[in-house]
Design a protein around this ligand. Structure first.
Ligand code: ZN
Length: 294
């Protein structure tokens, strides 16, 4: 199993096999490409673009796809995915990344915000013209966008998955089968403030490995740094190492944050004894590798 990082700093850290860098954020911030790294691009969530032009937001009968709309529960502010000008801007940005020496591109939030979106006049018109039902039209819209994006990327092409293994196609327009044909792997973020309760990580990892027809990376949040939380995080990674995953990605603020996780694992005799006693052979191998560096 590989271990990688998802990070806000364009710096590789020793002891990790893959580095995903947040190049374009949901708040609208955009950064230059991180060389030799996987560049993660937030597609249709862009709070700044919506502030500048509120007419581009995705809409439903319960109002716009904004965090401040309390009739719905939106984690981010969503642009309508059929807006031609905004879409062209995102694709242009991806094209620019690909001109640099990058590992590849991961797309996130490239889909509809929820089942009831988007009913702007353009979307309703496109849906009617398609002759497809609502679910199929939305899935086709998302898949077509991913195809266009993939055609611009020479390196590894991956997508993040909103972690709903059951209703994803109806809710977001993400069609697992069609998307599997386009990507090298799936990146499933299972973010949490801590993993002191972790059965749900096991559960969702199991479901996604079963239903996705391409390799899977699971992302866990590693920004917390109390001993108790780091211990729970590392034990959760150990349990994940028993699934058939391509790897685990740890979300960190910066490189020092990543090194702290490694040092905690290496220097924690009780944790390493726990790995040995319960025969976590793959996780033991990973910590032994870190021990050569940290
Ligand atoms: Zn729309």
């Amino acid at each position: 199993m590989k271990v990688g990082l998802v990070t806000y700093t364009p710096e590789k850290v020793e002891g990790f096999d893959l580095h995903a860098y947040y190049a374009k954020w949901a708040d609208g911030s955009v950064f230059p490409a991180a060389k030799e790294m996987q560049n993660d691009v937030t597609c249709f969530c862009d709070a700044r673009a919506i502030r500048e032009d509120p007419s581009i937001v995705a809409v439903s009968k319960n109002g716009p796809a904004l965090r401040k709309n309390r009739k719905i529960n939106m984690p981010f502010d969503f642009v309508c995915p059929t807006n031609p000008e905004y879409k062209a801007k995102v694709l242009d940005y991806i094209k620019g990344l690909d001109r640099e020496n990058i590992e590849g591109v991961t797309l996130s939030l490239y889909h509809f915000p929820e089942e009831e979106f988007c009913v702007c006049p353009r979307c309703v018109n496109l849906w009617r013209q398609s002759g497809l039902n609502w679910t199929e039209w939305r899935a086709q819209t998302v898949t077509d966008f991913l195809k266009e994006a993939k055609s611009l990327v020479k390196g590894a092409f991956a997508v993040e998955m909103f972690p709903d293994p059951v209703l994803a196609k109806e809710r977001f327009g993400t069609d697992f089968e069609r998307i599997a044909e386009l990507v090298d792997y799936f990146h499933v973020p299972l973010s949490s403030r801590d993993y002191l309760t972790n059965y749900w990580v096991d559960l969702l990892a199991r479901d996604f490995v079963k239903v996705l027809k391409k390799p899977v990376f699971v992302e866990l949040s590693a920004e917390m740094l109390t001993d108790e939380k780091t211990d729970a995080l590392l034990k959760t990674v150990a349990y994940l190492s028993r699934h058939n995953l391509m790897g685990v990605l740890l979300l960190v603020h910066d490189s020092e944050n990543a090194r702290q996780v490694c040092r905690f694992a290496v220097n924690n005799g009780a944790f390493r004894e726990w790995l040995r006693k319960y025969e976590f052979t793959e996780m033991t191998r990973i910590v032994n590798e870190w021990a050569k560096l940290y």
